[in-house]
Design a protein around this ligand. Sequence first.
Ligand SMILES: [Cu+2]
Length: 217
Amino acid sequence: MDMNSRFIYTILIAVVVFSGVGIGYVVQHPNMANNNATSTAATGGVYQLTLVITTNNFFNSTQDQPAFYVLQNGSLTSSANIVLPANTLIEVTIVNYDDGNASVPPVYQAVTGTVGNQITVVNNTGVNSTQTSNGINVQGAWTTNNIPAADLAHTFTVTGLNLNVPVVVSSVIQFSFESGAANSYTWQCYAECGSGPSGWGQAMVTPGWMTGTVSVQ
Ligand SMILES: [Cu+2]
């Protein structure tokens, strides 16, 4: 192989290697975008918000109560003030670890204010090992505009946006809504999941637990 051929082969190898790096980046990039979808991130006119409902949060060290969190950059952060961009389609995922039912006025069983006035229930994740394979209850995804009272654990309700989303026990819920103009709203869970005889104590009236602010800006 003369020097010219060796030079040309070197150039060709360099082109192939760097092309591979480029292809690798392009292939990897959508995965990175998907990872962002599990946190709160803006992606070209669509804003993705992930809320997580956990149980066994100790309220003033006296009693465990359920709480909404905002999943942001892989961490659970307070839902006391949920900040959203104005005039944007908000794609919401609610991951609900709470397997307990809570009673709710019938009006809050209905889905309102979402795109198509519906939600997608991705799965009922309840698994009961004592029932062997019969207890593995994987239902797949379905869309609905109403949740039976017996299946309802919480709601994510923003009255000022006419938004009401009933949250099924042990489930993942997906929906979209338009954030509209800049404004400040109150969000509230209307399922009686707090303490006390009415179920409206502690978590239900404390920002960052079952109520808070939605700041559209
Ligand atoms: Cu609740």
